[in-house]
Design a protein around this ligand. Structure first.
Ligand code: FAD
Length: 302
């Protein structure tokens, strides 16, 4: 195997601005997914980028309007956001564009309904998704696309838990038709399996967790570890709860991935690049959702 010398980095949107949108409708599409469709307001200024395009979602505090919010999330603007009183401060979370329909001028966002920890209340995002009504307002800050393989990539290996299913769906729908590879996606139940638009030579494997007490990501990790190491150029992308990308990286290293494989990692959407897979950092940043991360690795055979 040899070094690829190509770095993968996030593709940022050309313009960073806060868009205020309204809920058009919601649907419980399966036992563990709520789809919220957003439109109206500033939707005309949304620029779809495909792949795993994601955004910061500001959810108003219960019974409060959205306060003035930043057009870009930096350390400084995040610090300012934190000065908003707790009662008025909107919740800030990261979500993926599951689908964009230009004719209807609307965006679907799929929220995973996580199994609650004993005694724990649901987080503000999933609580909002379950209770919101048509006309309710939110604001989004487009953050662009994380999936960014080398230009000549033909073969992909995608590994995801259910919270990264919207990202995998977007990536598969955006990849060129002649892409080959595999996508492994873990879902909590068989009813959560979705119909995806997939290039014909990409094989999708659904890994159904079944056990509600099992740790998300473990089952898909085990399935991905059983795949023999590819012997040609590959772009590997793994996303979900941080333990999954971390364990996948460990596996790829122990199964012979070159030390110098080009690598990029992101935690809560903040990215960092490194030429060395072993030291490729997870990069915390403003509003980091430290439990969630993406790891991308490009490698090729010697
Ligand atoms: C770039 C990016 C894109 C993302 N896209 C999506 C998306 O499209 N759809 C989606 O559902 N999520 C997505 N996520 C993950 C999502 O941002 C987090 O799961 C988020 O923390 C959920 O917010 P919450 O308010 O519901 O729960 P939080 O307040 O963050 O957490 C409350 C409790 O909910 C449970 N919980 C929350 N998240 C998870 C999880 N991922 N796995 C297991 N238990 C969890 C835990 O018990 C936690 O203690 C994305 C994350 C990133 C960084």
């Amino acid at each position: 195997m040899a070094r690829t010398n190509i770095r993968a980095t996030r593709i940022k949107p050309q313009v960073s601005e806060l868009l205020t949108l309204r809920v058009r409708r919601t649907e419980r599409i399966s036992p563990h997914f709520i789809r919220v469709t957003l439109g109206e307001g500033d939707i005309g200024r949304f620029t779809p980028m495909g792949y795993d395009q994601w955004f910061r979602l500001f959810i108003p505090a219960p019974g409060k309007p959205l306060p003035r919010l930043p057009d870009r999330l930096t350390m400084l603007s995040y610090a300012k956001y934190l000065t908003i009183s707790k009662e008025d401060r909107p919740a800030l979370r990261n979500y993926t564009v599951r689908a964009y329909r230009s004719a209807e001028q609307e965006i679907d966002v799929d929220f995973v309904v996580h199994e609650p920890k004993p005694g724990a209340a649901p987080g503000p995002a999933i609580a909002w998704a379950g209770a919101c009504r048509a006309g309710d307002q939110v604001a989004i800050l487009d953050e662009g696309v994380s999936f960014n393989p080398p230009a000549d990539t033909e073969h992909v290996l995608l590994v995801a838990d259910e919270s990264a299913l919207p990202a995998v769906a977007g990536i598969l729908a955006s990849l060129p038709d002649d892409t080959t590879g595999r996508a492994l996606v873990e879902v909590p139940s068989a009813e959560d399996v979705q119909d995806l638009r997939v290039p014909s030579a990409v094989e999708v494997t659904w890994v159904v967790r079944g056990d509600p007490h099992a740790v998300p990501g473990r089952a898909v990790l085990a399935a991905a570890e059983r795949i023999p190491p590819p012997d040609g150029p590959v772009f590997g992308w793994v996303a979900g709860e941080q333990a999954l990308p971390t364990a996948m990286r460990r596996h790829w290293i122990t199964s012979g991935l070159p030390k110098s494989a080009s690598c990029s990692a992101a935690t809560g959407g903040q990215s960092a690049d490194d030429d060395d897979l072993r030291s490729c950092p997870a990069a915390p940043g403003p509003a980091a959702d430290l439990r969630w991360s993406v790891l991308q690795v490009a490698w090729c055979a010697a």
